[in-house]
Structures are given as C-alpha cells and as structure tokens.
Design a protein around this ligand. Sequence first.
Ligand code: MN
Length: 607
Amino acid sequence: MLQSFEAAGSSALSAKRVAALRAEMVRCGIDGFVVPRSDEFQGEYVADYAERLRWLSGYSGSAGLAIVLADKAAIFVDGRYTIQVREQVDTDIFEPRHLIDEPPADWIVSNLKQGQVLGYDPWLMTAAQTDRFAKACEKAGAEFKAVEHNLIDVVWQDQPQRPAEPVVMQPTQFAGRTAQDKQTELRAALEAGGADAVVLTLPDSVAWAFNIRGSDIAHTPVALAFAIVHGGDQPAELFIHPDRVPEDVTASLDGVANLQPREAFESALAALGERGARVLVDAAWAPQAVRQVLTDSGAEIVAGSDPCIMPKACKNAAELEGARAAQRRDGVAMVRFLAWLDRQAPAGGLDEISAAQQLEAFRAETDELKDLSFDSISGAGPHAAIPHYRVSTASNWEIEPDSIYLIDSGGQYRDGTTDITRTVIVGEATAEMKDRFTRVLKGMINLSRVRFPAGTTGGNLDVLARLALWQAGLDFDHGTGHGVGSYLSVHEGPARFSKIDKTKLKPGMILSNEPGYYKAGAFGIRIENLVVVREAEPVEGGERDMHWLETLTLCPIDRRLIEVALLDTAETDWLDQYHARVRSELSVELDGADLAWLEAASAPLAR
Ligand SMILES: [Mn+2]
C-alpha cells in the first residue's frame, strides 16, 4: 500500500532525546537550538532522515518548529494542528504555541537573555525566516548563529539514510515542452531581472525545469536536488549524484545540464561569488546557507521569485490533455469505489481504513498509479468534521448507518495529479445535513460557473464559494482551493482561492474548488473538484478579456444529500449537465453493477 495507517509519532522518548540535544548544545557552546519540521527543500513532505522534529517531540504535522533552550522549549504549529500537537507532544517539555498568533519571534524576545546564543541549521531555514529570527534575537540582546552540523543529526543514533532513488524523465509528451525550451525561458527571465544565474532550491522547480521526476519522498514525485541555471549559453548545473541518473536521462539532459554530485553544490555557489556574479535567490524558499555562501564569496544577491513558479503553474496544452486523461482514469476508480461503498456500507463492518484501502486498490487497478497524491482523509461521522483528519489504527472508526462519510484523496499519474473530495450519506440524511450539503454545493457550483476579467485574483473569487453558507450564518475555516501540479505537488503555488490571496489567475492554472462545512462532534461536508483557468470567448458587447473555469474532475456528487428546493434553476442545470458529462465520459470504462450505479447516480435531479 502507498499509505500507512500506523499512529505516527510518539513522545515516549522525548525527554531522553531533548536531554541529549541539550547536552550537545552545551558541548557546542550554544544556549538554544531551532528544530524546524522543514528540510533543505521546504516541501510539504520530507524524507524519514529529515523527520527531526517528529523524532524529538513526537509531533507529526506537516508544518511546525521547535525552539529548545536549556530549561524550556516551545513548539509552534498553525491552526490545522493545534489539537494534534497537544495530543502528540509532552506538554511538560514543549509549550505548544500558535505559529501565527504567538510567533516564534515574540517567544524569542521574551525568553532569550542578553548575551545568549540561539543556534540554527542554515540549510533548514529560509533566508527570509533567518532574517526574522535574527531580528528577534537582536531585540533580546542575543545572537542567532548558524551551526556547522545539525545537532539533531549528531544525537540521532539510528537516523535513516538520505534517499537516493533513481531519477526518471518526464517525457515531452506529458511535459509539453523540452528542458532546452524551458532553459531559454529561464535565461530570458534572468536577463530581464538583471541576473547572471539563478539558484533553484525547490525540488518541484528543478523537476519542472529539467523534465525529471523522482521518488525520494512520499506523494510528491520529485528528486531532492538543487540546480543552478546560468545566463548566456553555459549549461545548467544539476546537483544530484550521477549514480542516481540512468543513461537515458543523462542523454536527454546532454547540453542542458551538467550533472554534479551534491557535494559540489557549495563550491559551485562560491565559484559564482568569485566571479562577482549577480545571482537570483528567492529568499522565501532558498536556504539561508545558499545566500550565505554566495554573499561570503562575493556574489551580488538579486532578490526575486523563483522564475519556475509561474510557468510551472500555468499548464500548457499537453499538460492539460494529461490532466483530463488522469481525471477520467481517476474518475473511474472513484465511481467503482462509491458504487462498492453503496453496496457494502449498509451491511455494516466497513471502517475508515478499509474504505481508504479499497479506494487505493481501485486506483492501483488502473495500472497507471505511481503514488497517492497525499494520505487519504477518510472520515466517518464526527471525524468528517475534522478538515485534515488522518485516520490511524488508533482512531479508526466504523462507517455507521445514517451517517456521513467523507473521503478526500488523490492519485499521482504520469500525466497528472488528482485531488477529489466526495461526501456521501450511508442510510438516511437529516434535514440539517441536507441543508448544509446543499449550501456547500451551491458555493462549489457558484465558483465553477464564474466568468471573470483577466487580472482577477483567487482572493477576489473566494467569497463565491461561501455566499450560500453566509446567508445561513455559517462559514468554513480553510481556503476554498489551492493550486495543483502536473505530476508534481498536490499543493502547488502561487495561486489559491482564499480570502487573502493576491495572485492573478492566469490561463492554465489548475486549482481545487473545495468549500466545506464542519459541525464539530457531529458531521462534516466537503465537495472538491479541480478546475483550470481558461480564456473565455468574448462576451457579446463586452469590453474586457474574460476567463472561465473548466471543471476537470469527473465523479458524481451525492444526490441523496441535496435539498433540491434550495437550488435555483441555473444551479440545477449546472449539476444535471455536469452529471451528464460525467456519465458520457466514464460509462465506456464501466460495466455491470458499477455502470448501473453510475447511471442512477448521474441521473437528472427531480425538479
Ligand atoms: Mn484539495
């Protein structure tokens, strides 16, 4: 299986491990040490060797950071993990703090003393983050100091090896462009920005730039590697051990990138400095160590965004064709799963884990599944009310009669990444469930149908998915949607549908449309389709360039949970047309009971 349901993280050894870290702090002459969850690559998933925060504290969330001093320690997590952190860590050792409301900088100012030294690993913290921490230390009269070796790596006896999986090509058939062509675009961006070179530190940027993929970490098909792209006609440098790169990949990269072992990265950065190069570094993502080596060796830092982020987000025609094919395949697996669930669930005996495993099996039967795009969120009854619920053997719940079941899941296929949520009723729904489900659906449809002028942001549109909930005095506490990669990260920047987002939506961007409603301790609802921003036909008599959202995801939405009277005609029409399209695209791939299920589930609503 591609996911594990073992309860992750334990604080049982925390006291011993924190004591070992403190002893190492004394040996190194520092008074505190920062332990982020991030690795050198700042992604959502890290390899086992980099699970330093989990090893130390037991906390297993995807984001967070601890600061350990001689006599106290704090752990900072965002709103998704405030409950989880208290369940996982020993709060006698770590004081849980809210990452945004009670930021590390404030804690540093109140807890570091004059003359003290707070150590950090400059590979694990971004340049921007380091600036904030250094400022806070300065306020406290303390010093923020990079250490030579990560102290956790010193005290972690059985730390796993770094991954070294083989690299594979992402064929042009799926990537739509050659690496050579992308390099030409990157060089133009360098020239426009007045830089001689750019350091790529995000593995998905490296994957995009060179049309490579890997399997170093779970759920995101990247190779953990850095790269330097040079202006002029010098080939790029890709820092990944040549042993990991099969011959066909080396041949494809010939003339595009020279392969270098990881150990050569610092000296290549220093070489840029020695010739006084102007180097583009994205301080929001690049490790502080990268900026430090460059400035120490005499390079001029050009501040700016990673130039791969925007072209990677705007999928080309081949990537969109791939996305549509991946959605048809994934939709068939989802239909088989939902049909199976409808047949099995009434008899009882299904639980959150067995359901998630069955869906994974249907995806695997496509023979095209490379990985899941994240650990499935499989929530029965009250667990569906926890938006980021992660089932484990300790929490596994039976899917009971007359309850809601929510499954948020996705697959990684070579032609595309999927992410879909469906909420279904097992047995009879209450009037409240139907009202809430229909309001969430109205929001999802409202956003799906929007036409908007070029230049509109995800922040401008987010409200559309909330209006029907707001009318009933309700809301949901997460963004409406996130960007999605092309056989890359399921959470991809820069665009989002969220109250605060300021990124202009551009044609080719794939985003999720996933409003929800959560009643703690009772039930939860989320409906998620992926959409892609498209240029619209001009409106007759209109004056602006308009965009629209094409829905990519193909899977029925549970009609049994809909209060038809709450939908207006346009919404009912949208749903009926969507279901007709789902039926026509998927029925050729189904037969027997599954086909019969699809036909019933996609029938028009009774008006
Ligand atoms: Mn999603």
